[in-house]
Design a binder for this molecule. Sequence first.
Ligand SMILES: O=C(O)CCC(=O)C(=O)O
Length: 336
Amino acid sequence: METKLISGVQFSKLPSSYIRPESERPKLAEVEECKNVPVIDLGCEDRSLIIKQIGDACRDYGFFQVINHGVSMEAMDKIQGVAHEFFGLPVEEKMKLYSDDPSKTMRLSTSFNVKKETVHNWRDYLRLHCHPLEKYAPEWPSSPSSFRDIASNYCTQVRELGFRLQEAISESLGLPKDSLKNILGEQGQHMAMNYYPACPEPELTYGLPAHTDPNALTILLQDIQVSGLQVLKDGKWIAVNPHPNAFVINIGDQLQALSNGKYKSVWHRAVVNADKARLSVASFLCPCDGSNISAPKELTNGGDSSTYRDFTYAEYYKKFWSRNLDQEHCLELFKN
Ligand SMILES: O=C(O)CCC(=O)C(=O)O
């Protein structure tokens, strides 16, 4: 049977196509809560402290949370509200937007890459291109009727935050503020609204299996009521429980490459639970297709010790989507 949406469908047991072999299961009982996730206050007046905290977090964790980040609470609440409304629409209505073609700029899909994967994941997701807004917003869902306005406002605010963070990350690497932004060019922006329905057998499957993000920077809004995000730290999976009004920021593969491997594109995964559906909204800042991903010479001893060969983002992205998620780090394929 072809895999289709799972949100709004009743399941009494997990269909066999979602069951992982025993050795690949999430082993939820072994996962510890991360007590010291870096939470960085972007409202702090001491900019050098912010930059130091960001540098430490990027190096030691590959992710951090931010508060006082400039995105309004109203925008955060509304995007979650409208996403819940969207996934609550009747399945027949949602199916009109369904596609498993990753090249589409607006699509509702399920799992990760249904054409490539052998075991499916307990997730539906709406994936939208968001920049430039005038080009893409008209193709977004028209139901709920407030969707486009709410999502446009949210995307604009999150983009600003992303640029501020990229400046701070540049500085934390000892580079001029605009250095990373200049390399990344006119950045694209994508959004994934992830909906993980309550799952009859959460020990047997994932919402999203372990992966790193192929883009530059990810800004994740987590469901405050339901946890599910886990990251790999020192070889162990740890749970990143939601922090009120915070975003989780992930370093993506492109920043790992541009930092010459100093900063980590963190392995992360989403697990599901038996009782409650979970929602997350991930915003991805992506280098422009033609940008040349090449670590600045300040970080490579004048170019002699580049960990990765130069590549364009278009080349990388194609490679990423041609694979299954739970394979080796895609950047490994670009090592010198
Ligand atoms: O739902 C989450 O917490 C993680 C989402 C994620 O990793 C993604 O969308 O790439």
